[in-house]
Every structure is written in structure tokens, then in C-alpha cells.
Design a protein around this ligand. Structure first.
Ligand SMILES: Nc1ncnc2c1ncn2[C@@H]1O[C@H](COP(=O)(O)OP(=O)(O)O)[C@@H](O)[C@H]1O
Ligand SMILES: [Mg+2]
Length: 359
């Protein structure tokens, strides 16, 4: 393992070359680091702002070895990196942050909720089922309706079905791919919030103000931050973030999705062991954004301040919406962030804008 804090001029490895990797690479560059991206697709967004790219599958031993030769520490930009890749890099002597355990827990919705409850963090009631029959049986105790989700690899609302009656469970199980599932009781939330937080190498914790999130068709559309919340809600979120980060012995930035209930209680929906779309507002609302914060944490640098200096509305630019870049760039209150994706498929995240107002 390299000596920490990592000095400028060192190379940080990133598994994944999408927009999150790109924004991490740009933040790393600001602090004087070089970045090496491991990514299967040549020309992916992060590779075009990185000093080094290794093109290969995440579990390709040669690619992992090449990355380990380039990078002093390695991190990842998405949670479906195989846990075995992290173990392989660790065996090659490279420190990987946030680490194999956080990754393994976040990859499996049952392990995730089990960990959260054991750490004293509330979630909806849930049950695991590996077969259609088990899913139907589980509804006898959980009640109806339930939200059925594949345990692994779901994102942007994919692999999910509401099940209204126990008798419909087998058909739903088939529809989500006949894979192991989690059944979740409905969260009767009034709002969806999220908290972005970081933990440094020495265990210190920094928590950003809460964000309020609006989804369309399962995809994040807008974030308003700082969210209008009571001091009690902000305190609750900080306590949750501290329990999650310490419980995982975490290093780096984490995104924690929350349901706010009518009585003010917060439930955790899911955790993302990486920088998070609902934290993009920090790029223009805070002095040190989530990307720089993550780089600081994995490099063993001091964490930066997390308070907001502006009110931000973040809007994701999906598909052709990014074609309006010239108009958006002409709005004085709007900061434009484009990911350099060449192919504007419908619904694809092409960029985002942060619209600023004084706090
Ligand atoms: N138990 C639940 N009750 C009610 N709504 C839910 C529940 N779980 C998820 N949702 C809704 O579905 C969205 C996507 O679910 P989530 O678990 O966050 O999956 P993904 O990994 O696709 O983001 C959430 O943002 C929320 O709007
Ligand atoms: Mg989610």
C-alpha cells in the first residue's frame, strides 16, 4: 500500500469510465493527480479526460494487473464491479477504497437492508425469496402490496414490480427474470431525500446538506438542495450517515437514499458506495463537491467543507435534451455539465445543469 496522504503527481485508478468516473477524474486533476481508468468500452466519457486508460473487462486479470501497475490507490464509480476484482487488486498490493465489504453489501438488496437494520438504521419491512413459491409465501407474513425487486443489478427502477396480491407473486417473479428477489413493504413517503456523506482514512466524517429528489419513470429528474428540512430531520440524516459509514469502515463518498415519512421519520431506501447523481448539486452549491471529496478521502487528504453557499436546482439532461446546450449556456444562473457521450439514446443521462439562487 502506498504512503498516505497520496502526494500530487500520483495516479489514482478508477474502475468504470462513465460520467461519474469522468467527474472524479476532473476533480482529481484539479488536485494534481493523474487518473487511470479501467473500462470495457473504448472512448467512454472518463477515458477522454484521463491520463491512462486500460480497456478491458472488470474481471480481466491482465487488465487488473495493468491498472495495479499504474495506480497507487484504486476506487470505483459504480457498484456492479465484481467483488472478486477488488480482491484481485488487493492481492496485487493496491488499496481499493471504499473497499470490498461496502461493495458486496451494496450489491445485494437483502444484505444491504440486513446490514442497515443491524447498524440501527430503519428500513421498510422486507423478505428474501429465491423461488416463485417462496415469494408467494413471504407475502403471507409481509402483507400486500409489496414491491418486488431483483436482489442484484437493478438500477433506475429496472427489475422492479408492484405485486398487489399474493397469487400474483409467481408471475411477477417470472417478469423480473426469475432471479432471487427482495419483497419490500410500501414506504408511504411524503418525499424522497438523500444524503451525501464522506468518511476519511482516519475515520472522520463530513455530511452534506440533505437533497430533495424527484424521479420520472424510475430515473432521477431533479434535485433541490439544500432541501427545506427541520433541524431534527437534518440531525437524523447525520446520525444515519455516521452509522452507515462507521458500520462499513468506509473510505470515500457514499450516497444514501431516504424516504421521509409523514411523522418525520427517515427510512433508508438504498445506499450507493460511490458518488451519486443526487450529489451533483454540490459541484456548484458547495466549495468542495462530492467528486473532490471522494478523491480527498481515498487519497488520505483532509476532508473539505460541506456547507452550501447557494441554493441549487439540479436537472438531469436526458437524451436529446442536451442538444439545448447553447441556450442553457446562455442562462446566467445555469452551470452546464456535459458528459461527452457521443450517442444520445432516449433517456440516456447526457449531462446535467445546476441552476443557482442565493441561499
Ligand atoms: N419500498 C418502497 N416503497 C415505495 N416506493 C419505493 C420502494 N422502494 C423503491 N421505491 C421507489 O422506487 C424507486 C427506485 O427504487 P430503488 O430501490 O431506489 O431502485 P434503483 O436501484 O433502481 O434506484 C425509489 O426511488 C422510490 O421512488
Ligand atoms: Mg435508487
Amino acid at each position: 500500500m502506498s504512503k498516505l496522504p497520496l502526494p500530487p503527481g500520483s495516479t489514482i485508478g478508477i474502475l468504470g469510465g462513465g460520467q461519474l468516473g469522468r467527474m472524479l477524474a476532473l476533480a482529481a486533476g484539479r488536485l494534481g493527480f493523474d487518473v487511470a481508468i479501467l473500462e470495457p468500452e473504448p472512448g467512454a466519457p472518463a477515458t477522454r479526460v484521463a491520463a491512462h486508460t486500460v480497456v478491458g473487462a472488470y474481471d480481466d486479470p491482465q487488465a487488473l494487473e495493468a491498472l495495479s501497475k499504474l495506480a497507487s490507490v484504486v476506487t470505483f464509480e459504480f457498484e456492479n464491479v465484481p467483488a472478486s476484482s477488488v480482491e484481485h487488486l488487493t492481492a496485487l498490493g493496491v488499496a481499493v477504497a471504499p473497499g470490498a465489504r461496502a461493495l458486496a453489501i451494496a450489491q445485494d438488496r437483502v444484505a444491504e437492508k440486513t446490514f442497515l437494520n443491524e447498524a440501527g438504521v430503519a428500513t421498510v419491512a422486507f423478505a428474501a425469496a429465491d423461488t416463485a413459491q417462496a415469494a408467494q409465501d413471504a407475502m403471507a407474513s409481509l402483507g400486500a402490496p409489496v414491491l418486488m425487486k431483483t436482489r442484484r443489478e437493478g438500477y433506475d427502477g429496472k427489475g422492479q414490480r408492484w405485486v398487489e396480491h399474493a397469487a400474483d407473486a409467481p408471475a411477477a417473479f417470472k417478469a423480473v427474470g426469475a432471479k432471487p428477489v427482495i419483497l419490500e413493504a410500501p414506504a408511504n413517503f411524503v418525499r424522497e431525500l438523500s444524503v451525501i456523506a464522506a468518511r476519511g482514512r482516519g475515520g472522520e466524517i463530513a455530511v452534506y446538506p440533505l437533497a430533495e429528489n424527484h424521479h420520472e419513470k424510475g430515473v432521477l429528474r431533479r434535485t433541490y438542495a439544500p432541501a427545506k428540512v427541520t433541524g431534527e430531520t437534518a440531525d437524523q440524516a447525520e446520525r444515519i450517515a455516521a452509522k452507515v459509514l462507521s458500520g462499513l469502515d468506509y473510505v470515500g463518498v457514499i450516497g444514501i437514499e431516504l424516504f421521509e415519512l409523514a411523522d418525520g421519520r427517515l427510512l433508508v431506501n438504498e445506499i450507493a458506495p460511490r458518488v451519486h447523481n443526487t450529489g451533483h448539486w454540490t459541484m456548484d452549491g458547495c466549495e468542495v463537491d462530492q467528486f473532490e471529496q471522494h478523491i480527498r478521502a481515498v487519497a488520505g487528504w483532509p476532508l473539505g467543507p460541506t456547507h452550501a453557499h447557494s441554493q441549487v436546482e439540479m436537472l438531469n439532461l436526458l437524451g436529446e435534451e442536451a442538444d439545448a446546450w447553447a441556450k442553457l449556456a446562455g442562462e446566467p444562473e445555469t452551470r452546464v455539465h456535459l458528459y461527452g457521450k457521443r450517442d444520445a439514446k432516449p433517456g440516456r443521462k447526457m449531462g446535467h445543469v445546476n441552476r443557482l439562487r442565493p441561499l
